[in-house]
Design a protein around this ligand. Structure first.
Ligand code: ACO
Length: 400
């Protein structure tokens, strides 16, 4: 049931809902989630079908434009995105200001925000075509910036984007190619990467998307808004979970240690949580996790990787799914539980996991921003608060 409480504000009332457990902040036609059923639809299409039958750029097109593309629309879109993958040479200089050991999310956040200094003055956010151009630029340039952050952190030269490669292949090439050697992109790895991009493309009003909408609601520059989304995604309760999950699996180390960690997760005096378990909306299996789980097994088989962390992960999944605490609280493995294992198997370093989530989610952020800015009666987001401070009192200057 939805109560439209907007008129209450005019009478001095407001709802108090910290964490937005029961508050819808907008109308949206992009993504539908039924957390009880474990259902996720983008523009009406089930995520399982998209992940197995579409590629990431098709999903990007439908998220942004509302419909799946025709063959011609797809080719045009692909060529537009490809044309925008280069970044201004001046942007390279930003990296030299970072510490070598800076987290790549810190670099991604800063450099994405810096795009606003290259595309600001001529940008009319009330013009749909200009909004779409900003969206295309962001979808195209974020992989380039993400790979640059990685290359900078390992002291290798930046690799320029290649127009002859697909979206996922181009990203992998910019990450792993080195000047003196040919990097061969395995089709299985490229497919797994593309699937990870699809599964993270959008998820309605999560913390980072809501952040982008809130920032954008004041009419701010979209590149700066997306940088705000990157910041919000970084935390371990959101996009940082896949990185945290892999660190946790490494800390658990072996199957015998799992019961100890399960007990820690249940202990209310211990802040430890099983990373990669639970979701604010899904009280059933996250449908993205179902696809990612299959992908995880396929990739490990294909690459012939026998990873001991996978044994820990599978046993943890088995124990948690049959443990009363997790069953009663409906804590299922989420998509990040499996995506971390896949990313590790394809050679992505752990500190790049959240960056890849941000890269994939950029289309979701810009689609929501574009949708919000298209509304006739778009309003600045301005929550109220429940004040718990002092009542009015007299100020005493320091001298007195
Ligand atoms: N391990 C142990 N207990 C947990 C876990 C967990 N991973 N997640 C939730 N719980 C418990 C809580 O302690 C709480 O118990 P209580 O009712 O006895 O107090 C209950 O389950 C409900 O948890 P909340 O934190 O109130 O649920 P909320 O909806 O606010 O949080 C969240 C959801 C943040 C995802 C949480 O489950 C969590 O921290 N999970 C681990 C981090 C993670 O994997 N995040 C990725 C989310 S998916 C994504 O961003 C793509």
């Amino acid at each position: 049931d939805v109560v439209d409480v907007r008129t209450l504000g005019k009478h001095g009332y407001f709802t108090f809902d910290p964490g937005f457990l029961a508050t819808g902040s907008c109308e949206s036609a992009i993504t539908y989630i039924d957390g009880e059923q474990g259902m996720l639809l983008h523009r009406g299409y089930p995520i399982g079908e998209l992940a197995t039958q579409a590629d990431y750029l098709e999903v990007c097109y439908m998220l942004l434009h509302g419909e799946a593309p025709s063959e011609q629309e797809y080719q045009d879109f692909k060529s537009t995105i490809t044309k925008h993958t280069m970044v201004h040479q001046g942007l390279h200089n930003f990296f030299n200001g970072f510490r070598r050991d800076a987290h790549p999310m810190a670099m991604l956040c800063a450099v994405t925000g810096a795009l606003s200094s290259f595309y600001h003055d001529d940008l009319d956010i009330h013009d749909a075509d200009q909004r779409l151009r900003s969206a295309y630029r962001l979808i195209a340039k974020i992989p380039t910036i993400a790979a640059m952050a990685y290359k900078f952190s390992i002291g290798q030269p930046f690799v320029y984007p290649r127009n002859d490669l697909g979206y996922a292949e181009n990203f992998l090439n910019m990450m792993f190619s080195v000047p003196a050697e040919d990097y061969e992109i395995s089709p299985a790895v490229a497919k797994a990467m593309d699937r990870i991009f699809i599964l993270h493309a959008d998820h309605e009003q999560n913390a980072s998307t809501s952040t982008v909408r809130l920032a954008g609601s004041s009419g701010a520059n979209p590149y700066a808004c997306v940088a705000a989304g990157v910041a919000s995604l970084w935390g371990p309760a959101h996009g940082g979970a896949n990185e945290a999950c892999l660190r946790m699996l490494a800390e658990i180390g072996s199957v015998e240690n799992i019961p100890k960690y399960i007990e820690k997760a249940k202990d209310k005096n211990d802040p430890f949580r099983l990373m990669g378990f639970g979701h604010r909306v899904y009280k059933n299996m996250d449908p993205r996790a179902t696809v990612m789980r299959e992908s995880c097994h396929e990739v490990l088989k294909e690459l012939n990787r026998d990873d001991p962390l996978l044994d820990v992960a599978m046993e943890l999944e088995r124990i948690a799914l049959s443990d009363d605490y997790f069953v009663e609280k409906k804590l299922f493995p989420n998509v990040d539980f499996y995506s971390g294992i896949v990313l590790k198997a394809i050679g992505i370093p752990t500190n790049m996991f959240t960056v890849i989530f941000a890269l994939s989610r950029t289309v979701g952020w810009v689609s929501h921003w574009h949708e919000m800015m298209s509304e006739q009666s778009q309003k600045i987001g301005r929550p109220r608060q429940l004040y718990t401070g002092h009542t009015e009192r007299e100020f005493k200057p320091i001298k007195k």
